[in-house]
Design a protein around this ligand. Sequence first.
Ligand code: ADP
Length: 173
Amino acid sequence: MKNIVAIYPGSFDPVTNGHLDLIHRGSKLFDKLVVAIARNMDKAEALFSMPERKEMLMAMTGDLDNVVIDTFEGLLVSYCIQQGANAVLRGIRAISDYEFELQMALMNRKMEPRVETVFMMPAEQYSYLSSRIVREIAKLGGPLQGLVPAMVEERVRERIAQRHISAPRKHLL
Ligand code: ADP
């Protein structure tokens, strides 16, 4: 029997119901799933620190025995080899994700042929959901119900109130 260890990389700022949908699907498919928070986001735009993101992810996945949460820096494929992982899990929401994901997957394969990228689709109701859109809705005072777990919603609201963030309107929300 093959032992498939997959890495699910992302910024998870914050974790959304779309991420959790993928984590649940991945935990059924792989022997072990490492949710890996990438330390590469523009700090000025970040809502939560790495330890905060990790804590929220841990709280939301505590019931999944084969899921662990970690952080990483540098090349994803180097981290995969270091973890003994043979797969990368990525989510595809819409056609717009495809081009970028294809480029990443093929470049990662070129650098490290031992690691295979696996794409999964979330449940339809999460196909328009991203952490960025959650941050924007929250900054504009909109509802987050159904987009993130209740505990995450509370943390997002607290953080926005603390920072007195008002919305620089970027999109037509
Ligand atoms: P964001 O949520 O802002 O798009 P992340 O870097 O945290 O960004 O995403 C990490 C991975 O999770 C990516 O593969 C992304 O495609 C996937 N993902 C994010 N949101 C969803 C969702 N709603 N459904 C499926 N996959 C998703």
